[in-house]
Design a protein around this ligand. Structure first.
Ligand SMILES: NC(=[NH2+])NCCC[C@H](N)C(=O)O
Length: 411
């Protein structure tokens, strides 16, 4: 028996990281083509073997720090040992809407016959017409052609932060805004509902625990920053809607998880698609920030009403002050991206702000963001650099590629 049973939970961005879930990119990235990459949310095609090497280097850094790194693929393989879970998994990825009435059963049978490891690969990597024997002969397969997807791939699965974000002892499962990512949540649900390591989590699923698509109240984990055990910041981005923030805040207040939600209204653009593309916490009192956020963002402080009436909402203008309050410090140290406006914009685009803290004052960052990393180092932050030539082509850095499940408390 494990002598020290772990308690899943995340109540800061920087407490010593004990356990994290990642996904090593695989078949799903081999599906990208010039024709489909935009819809699949990649800016370029990816050299997959290189991306895997880079991801392996990321995992090695985390393991070297003593973090238990778990793979989404392995967790899926484990839950697929149960025949009923296999059926559920197959049915949720091979749907009548994606395959058509004539093919759906054939696609399901094809998946059901695969061994578990291959099935897990296909659940994320998808299935084409030509991969299902005989599928080309029917109407749908004939019209769409051999390379069309009967099960769409999920190339953004590498960004494990977005479908699943922990707040306190529970989780936010994201009804995601982009069609290309909407099936990711269901795979996480399979793991969280059926894996013994996550038993009891259903009661602490703060958002997205059902299978409603959520529109327009979508919310993505990259927008959720746990500043302290009593305050969570949430981006209002191109992906996260104010209704979602209000509904999540109500749930977090009702369950007494936090006392405040700080909503950060961001420009709605790809470059700032989530709050963690412009801001991450690097120490108990320090953040790395794309400086333009200070002028561009509008802040809303949301708190429960003392008498259980409507929530209290106040606008505020000073981001640094709000962050200091969030982190529970008198003043926040702000390290900005890049040396000047151009460098800041370039390195923000390449995820210079998207760091992952493994403990207070030590972060994982892409080596390409030379200026930002130097500024972090000058400020006394230890930067563990990882290669990032291929991985950033989907616009995501170390924080996006990680779903922390256990962090030590910071104080
Ligand atoms: N937490 C993040 N910033 N995630 C970045 C996700 C990038 C991904 N290609 C998308 O568009 O959804």
């Amino acid at each position: 028996m494990d002598p020290s049973p772990r308690t899943p939970g995340v109540d800061s961005e920087v407490g010593r990281l004990r356990e994290v879930i990642v996904h090593r990119p695989d078949l799903e990235l081999r599906r990208l083509t010039p024709a489909n990459k935009d819809e699949l949310l990649f800016d370029e095609l990816v050299w997959v073997a290189k991306a895997q090497e880079e991801h392996d280097a990321f995992v090695e850094v985390l393991t070297g720090e003593g973090v238990r790194v778990r793979s989404l693929h392995r967790l899926l393989v484990e839950v697929l040992a149960d025949g009923a879970v296999r059926d559920e998994a197959v049915a949720l990825r091979a749907t009548v809407d994606a395959c058509g009435v004539e093919l759906v059963e054939r696609v399901r049978r094809h998946l059901a016959e695969l061994e578990r490891d291959e099935l897990a690969t296909r659940l994320v990597g998808g299935v084409t017409v030509d991969e299902v024997p005989g599928a080309r002969e029917g109407f749908v397969g004939g019209v769409l052609g051999g390379t069309a997807f009967l099960v769409p791939p999920l190339p953004n699965a590498v960004f494990t932060r977005d479908p699943s974000a922990w707040v306190g002892g529970g989780v936010v499962l994201s009804p995601m805004q982009r069609p290309a990512r909407q099936d990711e949540r269901a795979l996480w649900q399979l793991v969280y509902h059926h894996h013994p390591d996550f038993a009891g989590l259903a009661a602490a699923t703060w958002y997205g625990g059902d299978d409603r698509p959520g529109f327009p109240a979508t919310l993505e984990g990259g927008d959720v920053l746990v500043l302290s055990d009593r305050l969570v910041a949430i981006g209002l981005s191109e992906r996260t809607h104010p209704v979602a923030v209000e509904n999540l805040a109500a749930r977090l207040f009702a369950a007494d998880v936090v006392d405040e939600v700080l909503a950060v209204d961001l420009p709605k653009s790809r470059g700032t698609m989530h709050l963690d593309t412009v801001l991450t916490v690097v120490d108990t009192d320090a953040v790395v920030l794309w400086p333009r956020v200070r002028e561009l963002a509008t802040l809303y402080r949301i708190r429960p009403a003392p008498d259980g009436g409507p929530m209290r909402v106040h606008r505020e203008s000073d981001l640094d002050a709000a962050l200091a309050r969030g982190l529970g410090v008198d003043a926040v140290r702000v390290i900005t991206t890049g040396e000047d406006e151009v460098a800041a914009d370039r390195e923000q685009w390449d995820d210079g702000n998207n760091t992952l803290a493994v403990r207070p004052g030590t972060v994982v960052a892409y080596e390409r963001n030379v200026d930002t990393n130097r500024r972090l180092t000058d400020a006394g932050i230890e930067v563990l650099e990882i290669p990032g030539s291929e991985l950033p082509r989907g616009r995501g850095g170390p924080r996006c590629m990680s779903c922390p499940v256990v962090r030590d408390p910071v104080r």
